[in-house]
Design a protein around this ligand. Sequence first.
Ligand code: GAR
Length: 200
Amino acid sequence: MKARIAVFVSGGGTNLQALIDAQGRELISGKIALVVSNNADAYALERAKKAGIATEVVLKKDYISQEAFEEKLKDILALHGIDLIVLAGFMTILTEQFTSCYPKRIINVHPSLIPSFCGEGFYGLRVHRAALDYGVKVTGATVHFVNELCDGGEIIAQKSVEILPGDTPEILQRRVMEQAEWVLLPQAAEKVCASILGGK
Ligand code: GAR
């Protein structure tokens, strides 16, 4: 028996790729059964197709309300029998109406050491720009459970990454991905899969 994982994406999907690679190396006891994107052009969709994973595109603009958008997501998850949702660069906020349906069943990767540089407005390169503007010498990544508070759920894992002289947001983003996100996310996903299976 394997926990069935849905990965939510919006962009390049390098974190999705890290999960696919970990699955290929049998480091994840779950199965990535579905990739959901809120952006039809996301390269992550190509990565999913190459790996033979089912994909769904759900565009917010096609729904009259956030509630209707989230209801559609829930329907798709039910259809695919999903146990765990991994937000991997999913650039839209999910409300309590959605998150409360999956307690401790949604995890997110954030590119800073929460509680620094997180919350509304902190996503993607903006996070790294804020860290550089502040002048911190260490940043990193966090994987946490998702609840109704933006970046506010219980922390599962964190890893620090050094900031070096001459860093730009792009250089720092790459280092945080390589040294922290791509390592932590598969490990955290596995930890949660194992606990889901233990409870089944
Ligand atoms: C990653 O750095 C992820 O941590 C970040 O977006 C990037 C997605 O890259 N997520 C957030 O900022 C969420 N607040 P990817 O599409 O290559 O995985």
